[in-house]
Design a protein around this ligand. Structure first.
Ligand code: HEM
Length: 457
């Protein structure tokens, strides 16, 4: 690794088209375009996006400034307003006073003890999934691992949120709606205007129906819970019981609806995509798979994992950290400067967009040795200590860091350990699939697999 200096003085960037600037390139393949720009122009890259100024920031010192030191000056980009019909003013999108108040109110629901209390529900869902995999292993049919992980993480999200209180047909309608909502929102992010969203196309109608379904179900559950007078011991109950530490006020129903959908949407697809990538990389690295399985065999001795077991499974955690480095589910942020600023000596005018890509920073050749190589041991403490803190940010950083990182990590550890100790997974899709950089970083074609009972050597 060479010394990684913060760039100073005037910097160059890609030209782009008149008026539109680099927008067409971002729309056609944002990741490939930003990757090329970083290779050619370095760590601080000016560009025009539809007549407004933007910078791609690719140095940990920039990340620290925008996400931590002066985070109040950087609001989430209005591009994300396309997610508002579903997420409303929930934590993921809210800003200013409302965000501060809600973060304070909800953060305790994700403190370690609370998350550990959800381990039993996660283990139940994972055990049911093992039973489904037994059937798949018997048939040896090829199946979509991407879709399978999506169902699994959605089941975890729904059960931790609502307990067992949803009828099967309603849960199915809700899951379908969440998936459609997710997909269409992702397609809309780069649209310049909302005109196309108003056309009566099949896709737009499906989206409107999905939002109605999500609303109908969440409102029904909230009303029934309120009417029962019992908050419940699932995440919804915890959110109902949450009180502001100073005013002692609880959330109103609209805010509760927005937070429930924000948590469900922020947590399920991100975790599913990362799990599919984990199977993909482990299939290509049999020595790493063997270490992970040995750890699961030793620590668990056939039991369902408890939170204490998972704490001892350091190698499994390092595998997850490495997957999150190579394929961060959320691979970029866009923030807009509220007031004029100075980022490490570079002047930034109010209204400027700053882009930060976790994917690019996680592959930065000045920070990571052999950045494209899968090597979980780069997360051994002695190596972590040598890297800048803001060089690794799969869950974001600073005050708006992901609220569900502990939840997601526990879920991924549990799922990988429970499935891989029982099954051999052969990935049947491409070994180096093209990426589809939408809101989450999925492969363009889904990851497929065949499984059979584990053959022990
Ligand atoms: C592997 C799985 C996950 C990844 C990679 C991930 C990643 C992220 C990232 C990068 C952010 C910051 C976005 C920004 O600053 O613009 C974020 C925020 C957030 N995440 Fe996650 N997330 C994951 C799972 C979850 C889960 C399971 C939950 C909830 C149960 C969750 C809830 C949230 C919430 C509420 C926020 C907004 C926090 C705020 O602005 O205060 N995430 N996540």
């Amino acid at each position: 690794m060479s010394e990684h200096k913060v760039p100073t003085g005037p910097c160059k960037g890609p030209k782009g088209y008149p008026i539109l600037g680099v927008l067409p390139m971002l729309r056609s393949n944002a990741l490939a375009f930003l990757e090329r720009a970083a290779k050619e122009y370095g760590d601080f890259i000016p560009m025009k996006v539809f007549m407004s100024n933007a910078y791609l920031l690719n140095h940990p010192a920039h990340v620290e400034h925008v996400l931590q030191t002066n985070y109040r000056n950087y609001r989430k980009s209005p591009m994300l307003d396309k997610l508002k019909p579903i997420l409303g003013e929930g934590l993921f999108l809210s800003e200013g006073e409302l965000w501060t108040q809600q973060r304070k109110l909800i953060a305790p629901s994700f403190f370690r003890q609370r998350v550990e209390a959800m381990a039993g529900t996660m283990a139940d869902v994972a055990s049911e999934h093992v039973a489904q995999w037994d059937k798949r292993a018997a048939s040896q049919d090829e199946f979509s691992l991407s879709e399978d992980m999506s169902f699994l993480t959605l089941e975890v999200a729904l059960r931790t949120m609502f307990g067992n209180g949803m009828e099967e047909s309603e849960a199915k309608a809700f899951s379908d709606a969440l998936m459609v909502g997710n997909e269409v929102s992702a397609e809309r992010v780069w649209n310049l205007t909302r005109l196309t969203e108003m056309l009566p196309t099949a896709r737009n109608r499906a989206y409107d129906r999905a939002v109605q379904t999500l609303d109908r179900v969440v409102w029904r559950v909230i009303r029934e819970r309120r009417a029962s007078g019992v908050s419940g011991d699932d995440l919804l109950g915890v959110l109902i019981d949450a009180r502001d530490s100073e005013t002692h006020e609880a959330m109103n129903d609209q805010q509760l609806r927005d937070e429930v959908l924000s948590l469900l949407l922020s947590g399920h697809e991100t975790t599913a995509v990362m799990l599919s990538w984990a199977f993909h990389f482990l299939a290509q690295h049999p020595a790493c798979l063997e270490r992970l399985r040995n750890e699961a065999d030793m620590v668990l001795a056939g039991r369902v994992p408890t939170p204490d077991d998972l704490k001892q499974m350091d190698y499994t955690k390092r595998v997850i950290q490495e997957v999150a480095r190579l394929r961060p589910s959320i691979w970029w942020f866009a923030r807009v400067a509220v007031n004029d600023d100075d980022i490490c000596g570079q002047p930034i005018k109010a209204g400027t967009t700053v882009l930060i890509s976790q994917y690019l920073i996680h592959h930065h050749p000045s920070i990571w040795d052999d950045p494209t190589v899968f090597n979980p041991d780069r997360f051994l403490p002695e190596y972590v200590a040598k890297r800048p803190k803001f060089a690794y940010l799969p869950f974001g950083a600073g005050p708006r860091v992901c609220l569900g990182s502990g939840f997601a990590t526990m879920e991924m550890q549990m799922v990988l350990a429970m499935l891989l100790r029982r099954f051999d997974v052969s990935i049947t899709s491409e070994s180096n699939p093209e990426l589809s950089p939408m809101i989450t970083l999925r492969p363009k074609k889904e990851i497929t697999a065949r499984i059979k009972p584990r053959l022990r050597h």
